[in-house]
Design a binder for this molecule. Structure first.
Ligand code: BGC
Length: 407
């Protein structure tokens, strides 16, 4: 086990006075909280001079936390550290000059070679590295209730979209009113992206986010049309549901499937539900839609020394093992042994080695928060009106206004 010893320079009467490290996340319950507790435990051993303070704000994908964080940053009262996604989302904080450069710590803690180069590139702007990644999550996973599927005669998940639609019809015919459980805005973005990967393939999907793709084309119209059909298999109260409400439909046998990131594996485990299956979303092949949670040192943090000890814990092999075993994700470090990880994560670790990688907009690896907000509103409107042309026009204008070409 790597040691993460840290000491406080914050002697009574000389420093700013606090030993507390407020860790701001949206990991408030279930598997998410279990993962955070894993990190807290290692922090407690390695950073004895400091006290962990849980600043979690509940709400999937940071739907509430990000607003609270934005106002704290604006008011100059940041937490000691906060959760930020690798990629475009992190660049938002860098461009707004809200977080510190951690390049020196990467050298000091030997992190430069611990993570895949591609991931470090997503944490770097102008040669400076701004955060420490805790994990790699996969977004494009289809979770199933085995008993409900077996009752409808489905023993193997479909590998094509056509096959998936056929299975959803089978489920309806078997009396499952809502074969596919779905939640609000960002969860709809996830389902739409998974479908886009199947319809467009990974190159064209990536191009949508790097400014070379075409949001206005006929293949996008066809994808939105299929997405509209997909929504007919989902619960009509989706816009009021967080991901855990949709997950509950799956656990209760009211739905057969749910598309969700692999924090669902940890959450189902934490809730003691064992009767689940998982597979990549039908038609996605070997595409791994990735995202990574990372932690930062905000400018003006009250306890920078304590934050550094937290960040060192997050980046350590011991911290990554304790965290990821409980969180459903896989370590961002390449040297953490797979032993002791649940079966799902062992499979994900294998997939990650050979997969084709694409990013996620609702989880920050593909798009900035402004862009995500615009896509989310367009998707929410579509959930109510089903207007294919209007959604396509809104997506195209969001890309033009907030995408890389707008810069
Ligand atoms: C985060 C995950 C979290 C999920 C659901 C994602 O944006 O990266 O860590 O489990 O949201 O809340």
């Amino acid at each position: 086990m790597a040691t993460v010893a840290c000491t406080s320079t914050d002697e009574p009467g000389t420093g700013t006075g606090t030993k507390e490290v407020e860790v701001f996340t949206w990991w408030a319950d279930g598997g998410e909280k279990a993962g955070l507790t894993g990190l807290e435990t290692v922090f407690g051993t390695e950073c004895k001079d400091f006290k962990f303070v849980n600043g979690a704000v509940a709400g999937g994908a940071g739907s509430n936390a990000k607003q609270v964080l934005a106002s704290r940053l604006q008011q100059g009262t940041p937490p000691d550290t906060f959760q930020a996604h690798a990629g475009a989302e992190l660049s938002d904080y860098i461009n707004d000059d809200q977080i510190e450069d951690l390049s020196a710590q990467y050298g000091e803690w030997g992190l430069s070679n611990a993570f895949p180069k591609g991931l470090i590139d997503n944490l770097t702007v102008d040669g400076k590295i701004y955060s420490v990644p805790a994990n790699i999550h996969r977004a494009n996973v289809l979770w199933g209730n085995k008993t409900v599927l077996a009752k409808a005669g489905i023993t193997k998940d479909a590998t094509t979209l056509e096959g998936f639609f056929a299975d959803l019809d089978k489920l309806k015919a078997a009396g499952v009113a809502t074969p596919l459980a779905l939640g609000k805005d960002w969860t709809q973005q996830m389902l739409f992206e998974a479908l886009l990967i199947s319809k467009l393939g990974p190159e064209k999907f990536n191009a949508l986010w790097n400014g070379t793709g075409d949001w206005a084309g006929a293949d996008m119209t066809a994808a939105i049309t299929d997405y509209k059909k997909l929504l007919t298999y989902t619960n009509s109260d989706r816009d009021t549901f967080d991901w855990t409400d949709a997950e509950k439909m799956l656990m209760d046998g009211k739905a057969a499937y749910q598309l969700m990131g692999d924090w669902e594996a940890a959450d189902l485990d934490a809730k003691g539900f064992k009767d689940y299956s998982y597979s990549v979303f039908p038609g996605n092949g070997n595409v791994f839609q990735w995202l990574a949670d990372s932690f930062v040192l905000p400018k003006g943090a009250k306890n920078a020394d304590g934050t550094k000890c937290w960040l060192k814990t997050v980046g350590s092999a011991a911290g990554q093992a304790e965290f990821n075993k409980k969180k459903g994700s896989i370590p961002a470090r390449t040297d953490v042994p797979a032993d002791g990880f649940p079966a799902y994560q062992q499979a994900a670790m294998n997939d990650w080695k050979t997969a084709v990688q694409v990013p996620s907009c609702p989880h920050g690896s593909a798009c900035a928060q402004t862009w995500q907000g615009a896509v989310g509103s367009a998707q929410g409107k579509f959930s109510t009106d089903g207007d294919v042309a209007a959604l396509q026009a809104a997506l195209a204008s969001a890309a033009a206004e907030f995408g890389p070409k707008a810069k």
